[in-house]
Ligand binder design. Structure first.
Ligand code: PXG
Length: 453
């Protein structure tokens, strides 16, 4: 029996708890059921088409409906649909994927531990870092430092690392004696009178101050996203990350780049670490690794950490049933082939990426837009009440949410958080699709401005 849309909405309401959702609101509005996805477009069960400028949740880098990925999954399922990687076992796809990742990541990051999600990857590095410092006979080096506005996942440890304050109180987080948060390199809000690059150095030195306050022998690691994702796509000044490199090396603090959003071409290079000159000891990757077709993620360790754990650690008591799932691995491998040999990263870097940023920057003169920021295929508009004074609307107004809803009703999916509109389209988006996006966004900005002024 084919369910009618109405009964699906009802079933969903009765049985499905959605993530990051006010269920009462959702029940009042009714869930949207998607039925088809192709390229940069989604269609819902009413036949309405949406241009998805968020790549799902920052992940569908190669676009929807790629036949090559469907065939890769099918072929692997016919061979070995599933086996684990625990008992001295692997599959060709999983091992080849580890090698391919090692070949793409910056030099020295050669050792891959597979997980199913970005949260699990970041949770894994929490355990690995503690393990490493125990093996190094520095058992006091246990405190993590992360940043305001950071998003590192939703598990107990990774929500604690996250610096979005709303993620903490419902579940009594952050964990005690685990993490210290420092200020964000968020020039538009916190730059004051400082020039952009000068502010980058100041924001980085907040890490040094925190290390000195805690004592370097108590600090395990620093984690950050090269460009922020969910926190508002803040793009750091070029001075920021090199200074962070220097500080981490000076105080023997491990540097972790959370590349879950920035990885796989998003910022114009394969990794945000390359875009900003970050020299990480560990990277976490997810999302674009499989373009979201199947869940797979990983922590990638440099030789220093991996060799310590391999040579002195004995059995590492850690792993997931689906670590290195062969079907996910086969799809990820094919996805990386499309991104690499198919020239998608290159195309986004030199073709559509600059065009996307140029078109978005045309909104910088809009009376509602305080700042346009971005790199490659990720960007945000910060909406303000008063451009001169950089004054935000009061949060109860929900100005970005209002604009997002207008976009949605006109067939454009864009993400709103705080006063920011955020976008990270599939890397395969064409110039005419970018034009279509900008036309809807422009009208929505105008109408939002009229509504609130
Ligand atoms: N790190 C970063 C930088 C992320 O953006 C994670 C880790 C966790 O990955 P998983 O696969 O466990 O979700 C993320 C996830 C949003 C939003 O509101 C962003 C994410 C997830 C859910 C919602 O934009 N990013």
């Amino acid at each position: 029996m084919k369910l009618t849309n109405h009964s699906l909405v009802e079933l969903d309401q009765n049985h499905h708890i959605h993530p990051f959702t006010d269920s009462k609101d959702l029940h009042n509005n009714g869930v949207r059921i998607l039925e088809k996805a192709e390229g940069v477009y989604l269609w819902d069960s009413n036949g309405k088409r949406y241009l998805d400028s968020m790549s799902g949740l920052w992940c569908v880098n190669v676009g929807y409906g790629r036949q090559e990925l469907i065939e890769a999954a099918s072929a692997q399922m016919k061979k070995v649909s599933y086996y684990n990687t625990f008992f001295g076992t692997s599959t060709e796809a999983t091992t080849r994927l580890a090698h391919k990742i090692a070949s793409l990541t910056p030099e020295g990051l050669d050792h891959v531990f597979f997980t199913n999600s970005g949260s699990e990857a970041n949770d894994t590095i929490v355990k690995a870092v503690k393990f490493y410092w125990n093996l190094m006979e520095q058992p006091n080096k246990k405190t993590f430092i992360s940043r305001a506005y950071g998003y590192h996942g939703v598990t107990v440890a990774t929500a604690s690392l996250s610096g979005l304050e709303e993620m903490h109180p419902q579940s009594d987080l952050p964990l005690p004696n685990f993490v210290e948060h420092i200020e964000a390199p968020y020039w538009y809000k916190h730059g004051g009178d400082l020039e952009f690059e000068e502010f980058g150095l100041k924001a980085a030195r907040a890490l040094e101050d925190k290390i000195l306050e805690l004592g370097a022998n108590n600090v395990a690691a620093f984690i950050g996203e090269p460009i922020y994702g969910a926190g508002g796509v803040m793009v750091p000044p070029n001075s920021y990350w090199p200074e962070i490199n220097r500080i981490c090396k000076k105080y023997d603090v491990l540097l972790i780049a959370d590349e879950v959003v920035c990885g796989f071409g998003r910022t114009g290079e394969w990794f945000g670490s390359q875009t900003f000159g970050i020299d990480p000891d560990i990277m976490t990757i997810a999302k674009g690794l499989s373009s979201g077709y199947l869940p797979i993620a990983a922590a990638v360790f440099n030789n220093k950490i991996a060799s310590k754990i391999i040579n002195d650690g004995g059995e590492w008591i850690h792993g997931f049933t689906y670590s290195g799932h062969p079907t996910s691995a086969a799809v990820a491998l094919k996805n990386l082939e499309l991104l690499d040999e198919g020239g998608i990263v290159e195309h986004a870097k030199n073709g559509t990426g600059p065009y996307f940023q140029k078109k978005l920057n045309e909104f910088a003169n809009h009376p509602l837009v305080g700042e346009v920021r971005g790199r490659g295929m990720i960007a945000a508009l910060e909406l303000v009440e008063d451009k001169e004074k950089r004054l935000s609307y009061s949060s109860d107004k929900g100005v970005a949410g209002y604009c997002r809803d207008l976009c949605l009703s006109r067939g454009l999916i864009i993400r709103a958080a705080r006063d920011c509109l955020m976008t990270s389209p599939p890397l395969v988006i064409t110039k005419s699709e970018i034009d279509e996006m900008m036309s809807i966004l422009g009208q929505a900005l105008d109408d939002t401005y009229s509504h609130f002024s």
